[in-house]
Design a protein around this ligand. Structure first.
Ligand code: PEP
Ligand code: MG
Length: 325
């Protein structure tokens, strides 16, 4: 029987076989952090920090950013807060950024590429984030990484920012956890090279689907082709989860798939133990976690992952979700 969702707000997210699952919130503004714990989440899995940079005429200063990150860190009472460094470009172009119009913005100067092209801007954000680590469990996540070369460059900027703060006697948590988003197919394919450089990985399925299937995530004329359970997408997600798990590196999904209750069992069966989503979806996903037996799911999901036929995948997914609870 389906319990009233609000009654499970405080219930621990354990599967029927007792495996703990971490359910985290995606937020866009510092003030969203205040409601995170209330929503039933155990922390912030994705703070899209670029929203601090949009809708204004100038770049926010390091101090302004520091105040925002500190607010988020303090609002969550020591729960982890994963802050993604600014993911601008593509569909998010602030007025103060003068990089001209790109022919093909989704393939242009976005995410960490833009940050590496503007190292002073990037380091101001990294310094602000490091300073905020004194006030809570801030973790740093780099978006749109396409391979180990870019990951190393982003990490070098972080080391540079740490060195500056040390020289200025400004305190920060030296052991701040660092992660990479896996949202470009190339990154998923070489994720094995990332694991010794990062503390965690976060799969951005929104972009991963877009770039794997060559389907603009915002273009209605091709939305019928935007398929989260396309076998190619599932292979990339599965490979990422398996590689991270084997290496002992935490992995989450922070794209829309994590908050889609029809996909909870599929992701659990692929080995996912951390989901980050819009808080409004959290209790429906938790309900599915509470109803799921990992032992029963595993062979069913293995069958889904072996198929490359979308019709068969759809049938198997229906069976998976209709299974015992
Ligand atoms: C994603 O791409 O899945 C993601 C979480 O980032 P965004 O939706 O902000 O691009
Ligand atoms: Mg993305």
């Amino acid at each position: 029987a389906r319990r009233k969702l609000s009654s499970i707000r405080k219930t621990d997210a354990l599967t029927q076989d007792g495996t703990p699952i971490e359910l985290l919130a995606n937020i866009e503004l510092p003030q969203d952090a205040a409601n995170v714990l209330e929503s039933g989440a155990v922390g912030v899995g994705l703070f899209r920090s670029e929203f601090l940079f949009l809708g204004r005429d100038s770049l926010p200063s390091e101090d302004e950013q520091f105040a925002a990150y500190r607010e988020v860190a303090e609002a969550t009472n020591g729960a982890p807060v994963t802050v993604r460094t600014m993911d601008l470009g593509a569909d998010k172009n602030p007025r103060w950024l003068n990089h001209g119009a790109a022919e093909n913005p989704a393939l242009g100067l976005t995410g960490v590429r833009l940050c590496l092209a503007e190292p002073l801007m990037f380091r101001a954000q990294l310094r602000a984030l490091l300073r905020a680590t004194v006030y809570g469990k801030i973790r740093i996540l780099f978006p749109m990484i396409n391979g180990l070369g870019e990951l190393k460059q982003a990490l070098a900027q972080l080391e540079y920012a740490k060195k500056e703060l040390r020289e200025e006697n400004i305190p920060f948590a030296d052991k701040v956890e660092v992660g990479a988003m896996i949202e470009i197919p190339s990154a998923a394919l070489v994720v094995g090279s990332f694991v010794k450089y990062v503390d965690f990985l976060s799969i951005g399925t929104n972009d991963l689907i877009q770039y794997t299937l060559a389907v603009d995530r915002n273009d209605d004329s091709v939305s019928h082709l935007y398929d989260p359970v396309h076998p190619a997408v599932l292979k990339l997600i599965s490979h990422t989860i398996k590689t991270a798990t084997k290496a002992g590196v935490q992995v989450s999904v922070c794209g829309e798939m994590a908050g889609d209750e029809r996909l909870t069992r599929l992701l659990l069966g692929m080995g996912l133990r951390r989901f980050s989503m819009h808080p409004a979806n959290l209790l429906a996903v938790k309900q599915n976690v509470l109803n799921s037996h990992l032992d029963i799911l595993a062979p069913q999901v293995a069958r889904i992952l072996r198929s490359e036929d979308p019709d068969r995948i759809a049938d198997l997914l229906t069976q998976l979700n209709a299974g015992p609870d």
